[in-house]
Design a binder for this molecule. Structure first.
Ligand code: ASP
Length: 596
């Protein structure tokens, strides 16, 4: 009986008169005294079944009476046009219904803990515990099906560009993305651990050495980080690597790939190539390395105007190496005093000492700090920021990174609260020329901004010998991120392929020769045998889907996600294991100082 299956969401007017068989779940049953309407759901959508007590056979009426929500059933019947007053335009099959001639209950359902159609309003905890029911919702099915179609498009597109999909191991040595590893104990090698891959970085580079000059993989990566709405302990990357390329070649492949993905998800063409801006420019103009370019409100530096100002709050900070920047909000009347007070508190989150403001009215500045600014300073400020009538200027004066952080985040908040971020706009941008390293004051050492295998810009090679915490930002990498609406959706780089340069990089990163040998010797060894120049990138598939589908959490585009505490509420992972299992692994658990 299963062979003749038709799908609920795929019948239409053209099928009128046919006898078709459906399998699915009872989404809703209405008994209008004599006529029973059953909404049947499967993976393609809904179709309405009709059982009429005056016309249907007795056993069908009897079975229909037994049906409850979420029963799994088989229904066969004739496709009929609905009468005009019963047409339902909200479903694709709303013009027809199935007059049931055969009905069978395949399995019954307990009363579900919630009604499937209303699950969107439930707490996420309940949805995740009963994920199998939550996944029956059309919104979730849509996300999962689109995810599949995106993966299919990725495979097609990249295969068409000579990429080869190659699986890399899940049980690995620690990889160097910089997060904490998930460890897996080895039973056969007691006391030893595998690390789950934070990414296939080293393996894909090795594949380049082996001559697979275009590799890709849709791959799970694991990072033991503190979780947020756009992070999961295991997430999926579209990972790729290419030999004999420069950054523009990698970017071109990715632009084409993202255009395909957008086409699949939204049936929309996007403009390529994407805008490209350097890291320095992104920080200057937007205060962030993943700028949201859907709206203006750019940061404008005004330090030079105030360096000898009588307004000490500005002058002092400029003298001690700080900066003053401003964000100009046109039609400033939209921002109330109460909002200004909120924003003043808000910038403190980013360690800014204060938020200053001034309004521009009838050709001069008014309110806030206006009275402290000299006439010439006001003139210069006007020239620099080009305010329009009723503009509101926000200023932060602080250390450069605090200014960028505070105003960059204030800009985003203003963008949201003043409705400047159009949800239907997709603004892709490449951010290039990231610094190679960053200096951490607490540890008194450099870290790789991207990862230790990223190559410096060629013209900056010699800076490696003279790098210091003071000039660390000037040494740039051949690294690039792709950003969508202010979210980093991918990042990559051209790699180091000279073993000597790689050794130098490890030394700069305080990775001792010993440690490098233990962790990465296979890469360094491989590089002894004619490594090709190469580079690549990885895209965050979950994040891309989340943005394109306008979901608020990446959990909504993943079939079985973990909570913020890294738990699967459905299967209850992680869990304790038996003493026997631990014994086999030679592991003892220390629980609150107590060994169990
Ligand atoms: N492995 C890098 C990451 O996961 C991406 C890359 O450099 O290709 O961020």
């Amino acid at each position: 009986m299963f062979k003749d299956r038709s799908y609920c969401g795929e019948v239409g007017k053209n099928d009128v008169g046919k006898y078709l068989t459906f399998f699915g779940w009872v989404a809703r049953k209405r008994d209008l005294g004599g006529i029973i309407f059953i909404e049947l759901r499967d993976v393609t959508g809904y179709v309405q079944l009709v059982v009429d007590s005056s016309k249907s056979e007795a056993h069908i009426i009897d079975t229909a009476n037994q049906l409850r929500n979420e029963y799994c059933i088989m229904a066969k019947g004739e496709v009929r046009l609905r009468s005009p007053e019963t047409i339902n335009p909200s479903i694709s099959t709303g013009e027809i219904e199935i007059f049931v001639t055969n009905l069978e209950i395949l399995s019954v359902s307990e009363v579900p803990p919630f009604q499937i159609s209303t699950a969107a309003n439930l707490s996420e905890e309940v949805r995740l515990k009963y994920r199998y029911l939550d996944l029956r919702r059309s919104e979730m099915q849509e996300a999962i099906i689109i995810r599949h179609r995106v993966c299919q498009a990725v495979r097609n597109y990249l295969s068409g560009k000579r990429f080869i999909e190659i699986e890399t191991p899940m049980l690995n040595k620690s990889t160097p993305e910089g997060a904490r590893d998930f460890l897996v104990p080895s039973r056969i090698n007691k006391g030893m651990f595998y690390a789950l891959p934070q990414s296939p970085q080293l393996f894909k580079q090795i594949l380049m050495v082996s001559g697979f000059d275009r590799y890709f993989q849709i791959v799970k990566c694991f990072r033991d980080e503190d979780l947020r709405n756009d992070r999961q302990p295991e997430f999926t990357q579209v990972d790729l690597e290419m030999s004999f390329v420069d950054p523009p070649m990698v970017m071109e492949v990715i632009e084409g790939l993202l255009a395909e993905i957008v086409k699949v998800v939204l049936n929309k063409e996007i403009e390529v190539p994407f805008q490209r801006i350097t890291y320095d420019e992104a920080m200057d103009r937007f205060g962030k390395d993943a700028p949201d370019l859907r709206f203006g409100l750019e940061l404008v530096e005004v330090s030079d105007i105030f360096k000898s100002s009588k307004f000490e709050a500005f002058a002092t900070i400029i003298r001690s190496g700080g900066k003053v920047k401003t964000v100009v909000v046109p039609q400033g009347a939209r921002v109330s005093r109460k909002m200004i007070d909120d924003y003043s508190e808000f910038v403190k989150i980013y360690k800014a000492k204060g938020l200053y403001w001034a309004r521009y009215k009838s050709g001069s500045f008014d309110g806030g700090i206006s009275k402290y600014l000299s006439e010439s300073e006001q003139k210069e400020l006007e020239k620099r920021t080009k305010p329009t009538e009723d503009s509101l200027l926000f200023f932060v004066a602080d250390f450069p990174h605090i200014v960028n952080d505070a105003l960059g985040n204030l800009r985003l908040r203003l963008g949201k609260e003043l409705n400047l971020c159009d949800d239907n706009t997709l603004k892709f941008v490449w951010v290039t020329d990231f610094p190679l390293l960053e200096y951490h004051e607490e540890d008194k050492r450099f870290y790789a901004k991207h990862h230790p295998f990223t190559a410096p810009k060629r013209e900056h090679y010699n800076m490696l010998d003279t790098i210091s915490p003071e000039n660390v930002d000037e040494l740039k990498a051949q690294a690039y991120d792709v950003v969508l609406n202010g979210v980093e959706i991918g990042g990559g780089s051209i790699r180091i392929f000279d073993p000597q340069l790689q050794k130098k990089m490890f030394a700069l990163l305080s990775i001792s020769e010993e440690e490098a040998k233990v962790k990465f010797s296979f890469l360094l060894d491989a590089f002894k045998y004619g490594p090709p120049p190469h580079g690549g990138i990885a895209l965050g598939l979950d994040r891309i889907l989340m943005i394109l589908l306008k979901r608020t959490s990446i959990r909504d585009v993943i079939a079985f996600p973990k909570t913020q505490k890294g738990q699967c509420l459905m299967s209850e992972a992680p869990s304790y294991v038996s003493p026997e299992q631990l014994e086999e692994l030679a592991i003892r658990i220390i629980d609150n100082e107590r060994i169990v």
